[in-house]
Design a protein around this ligand. Structure first.
Ligand code: NI
Length: 212
């Protein structure tokens, strides 16, 4: 495994549409996925797309957030409240040739960061509920419906494969801020921004410097 160099905003590859992978089980894809996971973890990232490490292929890796949907379809909706323990973080997911379907076209603003846009945060509108699918590195199909922060992470990562960085999705560039100022900004109880901040995961991701 190897830690790869992360492309930063301004590198043309980040604006390029990545190519479909003909064989998700090919050895070079296994190697790429392993290297991307090592690179993401080294950088304390939430997710990483292949073109962020200079490979224009449709491959993403990310930590799916622990959320209410973690129990899966048919799970007991009460189950999540049963214990005192924090929900366990699901394992890292690698997807090849991922696709996204919007299930609820309500746009929800929320803070994001990106390993290719270091030391910055911005408020980005994202669809509240999506279904995503793709192929895992062992060649198996994967599909899942998610909402909230999980849906946000997926939209951010999949956007990378189409050459879109989060500032390109922003509606108010006044809400593109440096991380150091962001911490001040979120420090007040009422910042008057009207932006939803009731998602603990988003705050957590900001506090620990997690980027996507
Ligand atoms: Ni990113």
């Amino acid at each position: 495994m190897a830690i790869l160099k992360i492309a930063r905003m301004g590198h043309p590859l980040l604006l390029q549409k990545a190519e479909e992978v003909p064989d998700p089980t090919a050895p070079e894809i296994q190697q790429l996925v392993a290297d991307m996971i090592e690179t993401m973890n080294d950088a304390h990232g939430r997710g990483l797309a292949a073109n962020q490490v200079h490979v224009a292929k449709r491959v993403v890796v990310f930590h799916p957030p622990a959320d209410r949907q973690a129990a899966g379809a048919g799970g007991d909706p009460q189950a999540g409240d049963a214990g005192d323990e924090e929900p366990e973080e699901p394992p890292i997911l690698a997807l090849i040739n991922p696709t996204l379907e919007v299930l609820d076209d309500d746009l929800v603003p929320g803070w994001e960061g990106c390993l290719s846009v270091p030391e910055m945060r911005g408020v980005v509108p994202r669809f509240s509920r999506v279904r995503y699918s793709g192929t895992t590195p062992d060649g198996k199909p994967f599909e899942r419906e998610v909402s909230g922060y999980h849906a946000r992470v997926v939209q951010h990562e999949f956007d990378h494969l189409d050459g879109i960085l989060y500032p390109m999705r922003m509606e108010d560039l006044g809400l593109l801020v440096f991380e150091s100022e962001f911490h001040h900004y979120l420090g007040s109880d009422d910042d008057g921004s009207g932006i939803e901040e009731d998602d603990d995961d988003l705050d957590e991701s900001a506090d620990d410097g997690t980027d996507e």
